[in-house]
Design a protein around this ligand. Sequence first.
Ligand code: RFL
Ligand code: PHB
Length: 415
Amino acid sequence: MRQRTQVAIIGAGPAGLLLSQLLHVAGIDSMVLERRSQGHVESRIRAGVLEQGTVGLLEQAGIAARLHREGLPHQGFRIALNGEHFRIDMHRLTGGKSVMVYGQTEITRDLIQAHQVRGAPLLFEAEQVALHDLDGSRPFVTYRRDDASHRLDCDYIAGCDGYHGASRASIPPSVLRSFERIYPFGWLGILADVPPCDHELIYSNHANGFALASMRSPTRSRYYVQVPLGEDLKDWPDTRLWDELALRLGRGAANRMVRGPSIEKSIAPLRSFVAEPMRHGRLFLAGDAAHIVPPTGAKGLNLAASDVGLLAEALVSHYHDGADHLLETYSARALARVWKAERFSWWFTGLTHRFPDMDDFGRRMQRAELRYIFESPAAQRVLAENYVGLPLHSGDDGAWAIGEGPPTVPPMAAS
Ligand code: RFL
Ligand code: PHB
């Protein structure tokens, strides 16, 4: 079967779903092709902290009603060093900004529901998705669904299919440059229906390794501990995990911690990754398809949202005003923000985790930096303004110093 849309969107994660909703609000047609089932997509447990800019985009997309009813605004978070706690007062340090705790799972459900209510084309279980003619003016996507082959003609393709998707892999290796850092540990996460041990998040640097106390609601907690690579979940029964959390988060948090059976438990590796450029011809990458951050600082989902905010704005400018400048500069503008979030996530990971090759000097440096933050309002402000999220438009219009820019982007074919 042959179909047509203005923007073909690959992937129904937060990036793809939010993009199609933002385009719909602006009167632009799109179709979302997702490899997995709706049940699978809706049950993935991932991020939980939203920047104000992300909340603003969800409002613009018209799907923020439940988020405002059920989300938990947070004005600060704590950092612990071997049990000693210090509060970063984000609200005061950033002139009134805060973040919102609301699970990625809930955003995904809200977005899918909005699509289904308006009868939008959102196809789950689309297999063998392949992208064609990205360099030309008539790109198209082929896929198999219900034992039949389909072809989707479009003006543009948005590659929102995550780190392992087909979109980035469709860009010729000669054009794509990747930057990567793999960390020598992972996060073991647990979700449990128990009240959180604190009303704010606690990031803890402990001799046994990093720990994080987070939440999804007043009755649902999310905790993480740093574990070595290759760790087996079988070695982490709930009791061991709760004991380790109590130790790493410090006595105060441990006394308030309510233990309960895990309803989800998994280990995620930590990685920093950026692919440049984020555009090839008529394909635009957004979210995890183009970059990955370690979860320390909760930037992954927020970066996916800011990418699609920029991409939606560029597509609206093309369709409404016939102006292509924002499409042409999308990659450079998105990357300018991506790299700053990569830097923050990398730095915050380095500050709070125990690295296997860290010697006494390294540990003293980490301790000195944390103490400096505890004592210096200027250092706290740097941390707070990154945590609440840097502006969507940083004033960087994509100008690169000679010799350090992304590889040449092929010119956009005429419409
Ligand atoms: P997603 O969410 O990975 O969605 C991509 C979608 O594309 C689909 N897909 C395809 N569809 C069609 N054809 C193909 N060939 C396809 N290949 C893939 C996938 O099934 C999926 O539905 O990317 P998106 O939308 O860019 O959103 C990014 C965020 O999901 C991500 O940055 C965060 O969740 C990262 N992340 C976390 N971020 C945080 O800020 N805090 C966290 O605590 C946190 N925990 C996590 C995470 C990511 C994880 N992953 C990816 C393993 C925990 C995990 C386990
Ligand atoms: C989470 O609640 O899943 C979470 C919160 C903060 C982070 C990472 C993950 O930095």
